[in-house]
Design a protein around this ligand. Structure first.
Ligand code: GAP
Length: 439
């Protein structure tokens, strides 16, 4: 057990770098602050988080379809959504040390958190978080465009396109996973708050009278998703916003929060956004964004329930929740107890030695398993050290090929959590692992 404090934070950040989950971006040039690159293991973990979200939100449902909208978008979209006017945080500067801070995140609004000086801070100014750039070759004539600060607007802007082409009718949803960009004043806590990050958002369009019921449904369903993937129940909570925290258009918002080493913080927001977004885009674009029910003749603007999660932030939370250390034979074993669906590699193939006679059957086993699962292959070092290296990156099963394999065509399958080993014939290996690694 590792205490849920700075020790855990440092250990996870250290492991991430040492084993290739997350690297500081542009590190060889001194690093680009608060921007990160996902290494060979991180990219697999992040893909698995997104894949599990897509599976639960799109694949296993008949009422949600997918979308991949553009990242660059014209000002009209952000004018209508309210982001140009309101997507800002209050920023203060310290006259003494020059540091910039987000006023609403400061414990004491009169004291600079960087240098501790009190009374040195400027009045708060609203700072818009959107990144602006130019599209077109000539800066003078180029059009101003924005990098999206959320994926959500892509779903509202495409509401009519999807409605007309997918034959869906409310209640139905549009889901999207992709990068978003915010010029955060105070990025930090590793990949928790960054300027470039990935979101997993779904807009669920419902008849207005059913919106409260669907809001409650999605709060429950989203909590269940994290728990099903192994989040400990005592480190996850649903926090309903007080009335004074709600956006003016929302009739209800709840955050899924995880207990990070620095305290409870948000992984996802689930909001009842009413008809605000569709109405704003309809007014601004002059396009009707409503549903016409051919059976009843009713025409209405659907209300929207939005579960909006962060993929990068959630991957980090799963890493923190999975990190464990235990004493084994007077030694400390580090093990990532990730759910097998999230683990970067599902199986590691480990020939007991580098002797040529073991390499052929090892390659045979690798070829047998690779079409089914992401596999690692490692023939260096003593077998005990290799087991530990796999434990540390969360690989649920190791398959060892030894000299007996040459006689009995069987291998040893070792379980990450219990460290129990069993002998399995190569011909039965795919079926055996399929039973242990369900989709
Ligand atoms: N469409 C609604 C929306 O974007 P949000 O609460 O601002 O809502 C949703 O963002 C989720 O996106 C957050 O719960 C968080 O997980 C993630 N997120 C937001 N800003 C982030 C940042 N700067 N870095 C990493 N993740 C972020």
């Amino acid at each position: 057990m590792v205490p849920n404090d700075d020790t855990l934070f440092d250990k996870v950040v250290n492991l991430s770098k040492r084993r290739g989950f997350v690297f500081q971006s542009a590190e060889i040039y001194g690093g680009f602050r608060s921007t990160y690159d996902y290494g060979p293991l991180g990219v697999l973990l992040l893909r698995n988080v997104k894949e599990q979200w897509w599976r639960s939100m799109v694949q296993l449902r008949h009422d949600v379809v997918g979308l991949d909208a553009s990242i660059l978008s014209p000002p009209a979209v952000w004018q209508a959504s309210g982001h140009l006017a309101n997507f800002s945080d209050p920023m203060v500067d310290c006259r003494d040390c020059g540091a910039r801070h987000r006023q609403d995140k400061m414990e004491d609004p009169d004291t600079c958190p960087s240098c501790g000086k009190s009374g040195s801070l400027t009045e708060a100014r609203e700072f818009n978080l959107m990144f602006k750039t130019h599209a077109g070759p000539m800066v003078e004539s180029a059009t101003e465009v924005y990098l999206r600060p959320e994926t959500a607007q892509g779903m509202f802007v495409n509401f009519a396109n999807v409605l007309n082409t997918s034959r869906k009718k409310p209640p139905f949803g549009i889901a999207q996973i992709g990068k978003s960009f915010r010029n955060e004043i105070t990025p930090g806590n590793f990949v928790f708050r960054t300027r470039e990050f990935e979101q997993m958002e779904m807009e669920f369009f419902v008849p207005p009278a059913d919106s409260e019921e669907w809001y409650r449904y999605w709060c429950g369903a989203r909590m269940e998703w994290y728990l099903d993937l192994g989040m400990p129940v005592d480190r996850l909570r649903l926090r309903e916003h007080d009335a004074d925290e709600l956006s003016h258009y929302s009739t209800g918002t709840s955050d899924v929060e995880f207990e990070f080493p620095w305290g409870w913080d948000e992984l996802e927001g689930i909001a009842n956004r009413t008809d605000f977004d569709l109405k704003r885009h309809a007014e601004s674009s002059g396009t009707k964004l409503e549903y016409h029910d051919p059976a009843s003749g009713d025409r209405y603007v659907p209300h929207v329930i939005e579960p909006a999660a962060g993929a990068t932030r959630t991957a980090m939370a799963f890493l923190m929740a999975a990190y464990d250390e235990e004493e084994v034979n007077d030694d400390i074993r580090t093990v990532l107890r990730l759910d097998h669906r999230l683990a970067p590699y599902k199986v590691a193939i480990l020939p007991l030695s580098k002797k040529p006679e073991l390499i052929d059957p090892s390659n045979e086993v690798l070829g047998l398993l690779q079409p089914h699962w992401m596999c690692d292959y490692d023939q260096t070092q003593a077998i005990g050290r290799r087991y530990r290296r796999q434990d540390e990156i969360g690989t649920p099963y190791c398959v060892t090929i030894d000299f007996d394999t040459l006689e009995d065509r069987a291998v040893t399958v070792r379980d990450r959590d219990s460290m129990a080993q069993e002998r399995v014939p190569i011909d039965a290996l795919v079926d055996h692992l399929t039973g242990l690694l369900p989709a």
